[in-house]
Write a protein that binds this ligand. Structure first.
Ligand SMILES: Cc1ncc(COP(=O)(O)O)c(C=O)c1O
Length: 387
């Protein structure tokens, strides 16, 4: 009965967000929530997206449903942007943000007979909940040591070899959340080979295209997987790359043998239909409008490059700092919004309570959320707590 329902623990990130909100100090620093912030601490709407919205508002004649697959031109343009020519052979469906694409993808894996998903850990805090919701068994494999900040490929490749054919392996394409540690070319090649040899599905989560090494190079890993692994599922988020977080822009792409494509597409339709039926239109329509127009596309990629440069600058400043024994210099080599500092729970709590510096309980900092004006204070707070 509803009256007997048991409470759930709050999402750990939402807990930090609420603590930050309720902290009365004027000089508090929020490195918890995962959104990009500019030099002024703002997350502005990109000018290219604003212009796309203006055009849509002026030209849109109907608000009827977008259809089962969603915005087909959006899917084509996003697919081409991320995967190049390989996009042509993929089955696709628009989703409710990258999170919705992940959920749909896990449901799809389950429908295709998978029992397990290998999760390289640490990973994004929401991945386990999404895997569990699809009733898949999560197989954790620790592939990164936060104290040394190094990727260890051996357990990952051994873990893949132990999976059954059809099981899934979740890989983040670029700008790893929460580690910032990305696979290099040789590591992607080894992963592709291991997935193909074990006949498992590579499930690639692409959420930060353009935030690391630039649009093209950030897609190298997922393109390599597409070229070498027979079964691939890709969840794409437009939230960060287009700054449209709340619009829930996402898509799911599936690589299957040509004889299985129609069946795969029909399964995606059925899964979406029994969940939310049709995807939202506005965010995807904005992205489609930006990508379809040469002028808006150029404007957008300049803005995205500005974000990337800002992150690089912040990373370089953090990496140049000396903070007792913390391996700060490695932050420069890491990519995207996040890095995870090797801090103890007591140090993380002291940063929060004594210095008003908020990060997740795991020590993840949003590098892209640290304004230049707060840099020195953040470093001094770190020096005070980390011996
Ligand atoms: C690794 C990763 N995947 C997927 C997503 C999903 O993004 P959204 O649902 O906002 O599109 C996020 C967002 O934080 C993420 O960090």
């Amino acid at each position: 009965m509803i009256d007997d329902i048991q409470p759930k623990a709050p999402d750990p990130l939402l807990k930090i967000i609420n603590m930050f909100r309720d902290d009365p100090r004027d000089d508090k620093i929020d490195l918890g929530v995962g959104v990009y912030r500019d030099e002024h601490g703002q997350t502005p709407v990109m000018a290219a997206v604003k212009e796309a919205e203006r055009r849509l508002h002026a030209e849109q004649r109907s608000k009827t449903y977008v259809g089962q697959q969603g915005d087909i031109e959006f899917l084509r343009l996003m697919g081409e942007l991320a995967f190049g020519a390989a996009a042509r052979d993929l089955v696709s469906i628009q989703a409710v943000g990258g999170t919705g694409a992940l959920r749909l993808g896990f449901d799809f894996l389950r429908a295709a007979g998978a029992a397990r998903v290998l999760l390289p850990t640490p990973s994004w805090a929401n991945h386990p909940g999404l895997i569990a919701a699809a009733e898949l068994k999560q197989v954790d494999v620790k592939f990164f040591d936060v104290s040394t900040q190094r990727i260890d490929m051996a357990p990952l490749l051994e873990g893949i070899a132990r999976l059954a054919p059809g099981d899934g392996v979740l890989l983040q394409a670029c700008c790893h959340n929460p580690l910032g540690a990305d696979f290099d070319t040789a590591q992607w090649a080894a992963l592709a080979q291991a997935c193909a040899a074990a006949r498992v599905t590579a499930f690639v989560d692409v959420a930060y295209l353009g935030f690391g090494d630039g649009l093209e190079r950030d897609a190298d890993g997922v393109r390599h997987i597409l070229a070498h692994v027979p079964n691939v599922v890709i969840a794409l988020s437009g939230a960060k790359s287009f700054g449209v977080y709340r619009e829930r822009v996402g898509a799911l792409y599936v690589k299957a043998a040509s004889h299985a494509r129609a069946a795969a597409q029909s399964n995606l339709f059925a899964l979406a239909r029994s969940n939310y039926s049709m995807p939202p239109d506005h965010g995807a329509a904005c992205v489609r409008t930006v990508l379809a127009d040469a002028g808006l596309r150029a404007m957008w990629s300049d803005e995205l490059e500005g974000i990337r440069q800002h992150i690089l600058k912040t990373r370089a400043e953090l990496a140049a700092a000396r903070v007792n024994a913390l391996p700060m210099q490695l932050i420069a080599a890491q990519k995207g919004m996040f890095s995870t500092l090797p801090l103890t729970p007591a140090q993380i709590e002291a940063l929060r309570n004594e210095h008003g510096v908020y990060m997740t309980d795991s020590g993840r900092i949003n590098v892209a959320g640290l304004p230049a004006r707060d840099m020195e204070r953040f470093l001094n707070a770190l020096r005070a707590v980390a011996s």
